[in-house]
Design a binder for this molecule. Structure first.
Ligand SMILES: C[S@@+](CC[C@H](N)C(=O)[O-])C[C@H]1O[C@@H](n2cnc3c(N)ncnc32)[C@H](O)[C@@H]1O
Length: 206
């Protein structure tokens, strides 16, 4: 979405924030508005992706923004209070399913049945004041479940948020480790970073 001219119909605050971010040279992280629009655009450009699976629900903002972009949406949250708040916010949307628990364990249940082509938004990680005891970032365990239970040929698109955190000597695996993990399991996949999101996508045209 480079050189995007933000439409006049956008709320003023949203346009202002996005314009300031562009003027500052698009520093990381991009505003949440940008990521929401980017995910919506991906959904529109890839109509074969009918399911959205998110790890880390938090306040359910991304789910809410994407509610009309997918046939089915799932999201997993470890924190029970955040899970309950999300349920309250989204209970009227019957195609959105909320789950509570540790993301790799819950992904096993979500992906138990053959899954339709899915946009994965992997965004679970420890946040200050949150539930402890499950590690800082469950990304490799999440990916392992996806690789075990989904098919490479199905054309799933995997996005991992907060790419800026995947650096050596941090609490996350490095970007190189993630790339190696993905391509060892699914060799047809390319891995690259764009606007603070790690993209994992099949080179095979869907
Ligand atoms: C950055 S927030 C998610 C933001 C949300 N995806 C969005 O786009 O608005 C990270 C969330 O992951 C949750 N979390 C942390 N560890 C988790 C785990 N092991 N399983 C599931 N959720 C987890 C945190 O409680 C927090 O709500």
């Amino acid at each position: 979405m480079r050189n995007l001219l933000y439409p006049i119909g956008y709320p003023f605050r949203k346009r202002q924030l996005l314009a300031r971010w562009e003027a500052a040279g698009r520093p990381n992280p991009p505003p949440a508005y940008f990521k929401h629009d980017y995910l919506k655009q991906l959904a529109a450009e890839n109509p074969h992706l009918t399911t959205f699976v998110e790890t880390g629900t938090w306040k359910a903002d991304t789910l809410y923004q994407l509610r009309n972009s997918f046939q089915t949406l799932h999201s997993v949250e470890l924190d029970f209070d955040l899970f309950l708040a999300a349920k309250k916010r989204l209970s009227r949307f019957k195609h959105i399913r909320l789950w509570q628990g540790h993301s790799p364990e819950v992904l096993q249940l979500i992906l138990d049945k053959p899954s339709s082509p899915t946009l994965f938004w992997l965004d679970a990680h420890y946040m200050s004041g949150g539930v402890s005891g499950y590690g800082i970032c469950p990304i490799l365990a999440e990916l392992e479940v996806i690789f075990e239970q989904c098919h490479e040929e199905a054309g799933h698109l995997i996005l991992i948020d907060d790419a800026r955190n995947f650096i050596p000597a941090g609490d996350y695996p490095t970007l190189a480790e993630v790339e190696q993990f993905v391509t060892v399991h699914w060799p047809s996949y390319n891995v690259w970073v764009q606007d603070d999101m790690i993209h994992c996508r099949s080179q095979v045209k869907q």
